[in-house]
Design a protein around this ligand. Structure first.
Ligand code: PEP
Length: 253
């Protein structure tokens, strides 16, 4: 049985000092128990320092982004090799903020996913619909397109390097989380699409996370659902108490 995966996405927050202090506390908490596999995603400049804090512990390191070229004239970008050097074993790909604010397309998300796999880094691929799309009854259509496009060229044996995070955009940072039923039906859809596309996932081993206003108050119920294999946590991962409460709540999975 795989442990649930709890990923803290710190986004563009925390100074170097704040980040290493928080990482130390999370490492201490996570190493004392095995409720979940915990992964922290600090910003680029914090990866090195947080990577040193987490080295040798059970807590993983993720980059929030990278660029899918090995090296060269890509001003402002960071390669898979560079994030690996800091200790990253995971990378978040296609977060809705990258899609909406920085124009990342499904095609780029796919290139990044393939590049992560090639570099032996687990890609946490984010998908999710807007409020308008949900209201228009297009949630399944949108998710299906995002998942299919993200996984073009991903072979059965690559699936162990893929995690999908369902993050409805209307739930990110809004305080309005998806209900368990809403998350469950999208997670089932994602699992079905991946099983159809990659017969190697027939046993359902793909980890599918829920993200969007996860808090200590709602995480127990969400994580209890068998289709929800963990959480991608933004705001609540920046405070030691709330993040530890969320990790602890994975215990009843
Ligand atoms: C996120 O940005 O991935 C996220 C889920 O944010 P929040 O938990 O703050 O909604």
């Amino acid at each position: 049985m795989k442990l649930p995966l709890i990923v803290g996405n710190w986004k563009m927050n925390l100074s170097a000092k704040e980040a290493t202090e928080l990482a130390c506390k999370i490492r201490e908490f996570a190493n004392k128990n095995s409720y979940a596999k915990v992964v922290l995603a600090p910003s680029f400049t914090l990866l090195q320092g947080v990577g040193q804090v987490l080295a040798g512990s059970g807590v993983g390191l993720a980059s929030q982004n990278f660029f899918c070229q090995e090296k060269g004239a890509y001003t402002g970008e960071v390669s898979a090799g560079m994030i690996k050097e800091t200790g990253c074993e995971y990378v978040i790909v296609g977060h809705s903020e990258r899609r909406q604010l920085f124009g990342e397309t499904d095609e780029l998300v796919n290139k990044k996913a393939l590049c992560a796999i090639q570099n032996n880094i687990t890609a946490i691929i984010c998908v999710g619909e807007t409020a308008e799309q949900r209201t228009a009854g297009k949630t399944f259509e949108v998710i299906e397109q995002q998942v299919r496009k993200a996984l073009v060229g991903v072979e059965n044996q690559d699936l162990e390097k893929i995690v999908i995070a369902y993050e409805p955009i209307w739930a990110i940072g809004t305080g309005e989380n998806a209900t368990v039923d809403q998350a469950n039906e999208v997670h089932c859809l994602i699992r079905k699409i991946v099983a159809e596309k990659n017969s190697g996932n027939k046993n359902g081993s793909l980890s599918i996370l829920y993200g969007g206003s996860v808090t200590p108050d709602n995480c127990k119920e969400l994580l209890r659902d068998p289709e929800i294999n963990g959480a991608l946590v933004g705001g609540a991962s920046l405070k030691i108490n709330s993040f530890c409460d969320i990790i602890r709540s994975a215990d009843n999975k």
